[in-house]
Design a protein around this ligand. Structure first.
Ligand SMILES: Nc1ncnc2c1ncn2[C@@H]1O[C@H](COP(=O)(O)OP(=O)(O)OP(=O)(O)O)[C@@H](O)[C@H]1O
Ligand SMILES: [Mg+2]
Length: 286
């Protein structure tokens, strides 16, 4: 198993009386997609904020290659090789693909923008993601949601980050576009990035994640090996039907079962069966 690039130890963060994160541990390794799932308000975006330097935790430690670091601003996180793509992607619809990728990070030669170099690098980055964009000189507003997500991810790859945090990258996308973004995530893993995938979609997570961490009410309520974990085990951890589930295969690991012993947590949820990997279906936790 690869050594962690980034480790979170005992991270807590409150907003006034709301304890958004409580004593959260998380390991992020190269060549691995770790998914973070949980119900609305579970603390997922707060965790993304802490990893990407947008939020400073109240307590706990962040280690980069085993050494304590302070990710007090997004720029500090970027300088440590951590980049994030937030839900809206923060793209400018009226600017073209190249302008969006390089916004604020323009390549200059003498005092002039080096358009040729930027255009070339834009194609290289999109090519690394195997993303299909008709032209890099059309406004981002004319692209599909999946293509826009590709541009946002390409933008985050400038500076060769080691860790990429994607907060709900497929939430606004249709089935085909979602499949495109999932394959982008696979490209990122192949290229050695450690990817933190925050998602509501069990199908997405089970399609691409190697490891799945469940947050519930700000705490880690289980960590699972994606290949050997069923949809119902995940739902049980998300809803709290099981708590403090050990990592599958780890010390003390047993098959966590829902409290009612039926082996089926939500009979009304489509796909609530033992079928583990269903990249074609999209189920969303209500
Ligand atoms: N800026 C803020 N001020 C006050 N409370 C906040 C703030 N941001 C988040 N919270 C609270 O912290 C908790 C965790 O929120 P967070 O956005 O991290 O959850 P989430 O898991 O990303 O939810 P969702 O699935 O809805 O995106 C929630 O109770 C939320 O109301
Ligand atoms: Mg969120």
């Amino acid at each position: 198993m690869n050594a962690s690039v980034l480790s979170l130890r005992g991270i807590s963060k409150s907003y006034g009386a709301v304890r958004a994160l409580v004593d959260v541990d998380l390991e992020i390794r190269p060549h691995e997609v770790v998914a973070v799932i949980g119900d609305n308000g579970a603390g997922k975006s707060t965790l993304a904020g802490v990893i990407s330097g947008a939020l400073v935790p109240d307590s706990g430690q962040v280690l980069l290659d085993g050494q304590p670091v302070s990710l007090s601003t997004p720029a500090a996180a970027r300088s440590h090789g951590i980049a994030a793509v937030f839900q809206d992607g923060a793209l400018c619809a009226n600017l073209d693909v190249v302008e969006n990728i390089f916004l604020g990070q323009e390549v200059t030669r003498a005092v002039l923008l080096d358009e040729v170099a930027m255009e070339k690098q834009a194609w290289t980055l999109l090519g690394q993601l195997a993303a299909r964009v008709p032209s890099v000189r059309i406004p981002v507003g004319a692209l599909s949601g999946g293509q826009r997500q590709a541009v946002a991810i390409a933008r985050s790859l400038l500076g060769e980050p080691r860790v990429l945090v994607l907060d709900e990258p497929t939430s606004a996308l249709g089935i085909t576009q979602t499949a495109e973004v999932l394959s982008l995530i696979e490209r990122l893993r192949e290229r050695g990035h450690g990817v933190v995938l925050i998602s509501h979609s069990m199908a997405d997570v089970q399609a691409v994640a190697d490891r799945i961490v469940v947050l519930r009410l700000g705490r880690v309520n289980g960590e699972f090996d994606a290949a050997s974990t069923s949809y119902e085990d995940l739902i049980a951890a998300v809803t709290g039907a099981t708590s403090g589930v050990p990592r599958r295969g780890g010390p003390g690991a047993g098959a966590p079962r829902p409290a009612d012993g039926t082996g089926r947590v939500r009979a009304d949820v489509p796909g609530s069966t033992d079928a583990p990997r269903r990249p074609d279906a999209r189920e969303v936790i209500p």
